[in-house]
Design a protein. Sequence first.
Length: 95
Amino acid sequence: MAMQYDVKAAYTTTDAAMVTYRARIKGAYVAVSSAGTDPVTFYDNASAASGTILLQVGANAAGCHTVVIPGEGILAENGIFCDTGSAAAVTLFYG
């Protein structure tokens, strides 16, 4: 199997569908302005915050946090929806 090199990015400040087709989560950059208890949650869903949870990132410390996914990333068969939780902004890297 060949390695995948094409990586794209999507940005949001609110809950949103970030990718509407099959893709792999490669990483994320999460900006938290004030600490909260709700994590950033990525769902395997192109239109809503429901279904299989692919990844949760804590947002309990103010600052900017980088998440690197090893290997080929996390497969989202149905697209990627982001519930921003307590984060002020989220950048998703996918391919």
